[in-house]
Design a protein around this ligand. Structure first.
Ligand SMILES: O=P(O)(O)OC[C@H]1O[C@H](OP(=O)(O)OP(=O)(O)O)[C@H](O)[C@@H]1O
Ligand SMILES: O=c1cc[nH]c(=O)[nH]1
Ligand SMILES: [Mg+2]
Length: 210
């Protein structure tokens, strides 16, 4: 299967991303803009969802009108930083089901370490949209998706804000069936495997930790 990466180049997304990158952006502004950008990313990642037809009554007459087909969407947040994207996605799709995968990146090995996993039932019948703002080495995203596949997920998409070419390559190698949606592909990784130019540590910037 051909691995696909979509870059969401909408001007509002690009402008908001620049605000997030600036080191002068405060924690509260960072959180607010991330929520706004997530809503726009959600609009793009859901653009090809299947529709069915439902009989409704307008004030004037009956009609067959389009509605989303199948079971409710499932968003999966990769903790912690995924929660920043999750909020904006839920603004747009409030009825979505939500799963959480708790992972942190070991600073020495750069491997993903899992500490939490909870997902809704019937994953195999849902469109599963995994959210994490940063795709750096790709280890966290690949581990999260592997766990979701183990739990039964079949139709999976991955949404981030920033991706490094290295992360895209390793993620696609592990999961060629899972498309990536990102607002930008940056230059690469620094010696600590941070995305450059990037925006720093997404979790720390979002929650004011260090
Ligand atoms: O592609 P990778 O090299 O795996 O790096 C990306 C991961 O790093 C960050 O999480 P972090 O480990 O800092 O955890 P946090 O969200 O709790 O801060 C980010 O949110 C991703 O999950
Ligand atoms: O650049 C990076 C890489 C991993 N995690 C982050 O939050 N930022
Ligand atoms: Mg972090």
């Amino acid at each position: 299967m051909a691995a696909v990466t979509h870059v969401i180049d909408h001007p509002l997304v690009q402008h908001k991303l620049t605000v997030l990158r600036k080191k002068s952006t405060s924690t509260s502004k960072f959180r607010g803009i991330l929520r706004e950008i997530a809503l726009l990313l959600c609009y793009e990642v859901t653009r090809d969802l299947r529709l069915t037809s439902t009989r409704i009554e307008t004030p004037l007459q009956p009609m067959d009108a389009p509605t989303l087909d199948g079971k409710k969407l499932c968003f999966v947040s990769v903790l912690r930083a995924g929660n920043g994207l999750l909020e904006g996605m839920l603004d747009l799709v409030p009825s979505a089901r939500v799963g959480h995968v708790g992972l942190y990146r070991d600073p020495d090995t750069l491997e993903a370490v899992e500490y939490y996993f909870k997902v809704p039932s019937h994953l195999d019948e849902r469109e599963v949209i995994v959210v994490d703002p940063m795709l750096a080495t790709g280890h966290s995203a690949a581990a999260a998706v592997a766990r979701l596949k183990e739990a039964g997920a079949v139709h999976i998409r991955f949404v981030c804000l920033l991706a490094a070419p290295e992360g895209i390559a390793s993620f696609h190698e592990a999961h060629p069936d899972v498309p990536i949606y990102t607002a930008a592909i940056d230059d690469g990784l620094n010696e600590k495997a941070y995305i450059v130019p990037g925006l720093g540590d997404a979790g720390d910037r979002m929650f004011g930790t260090k």
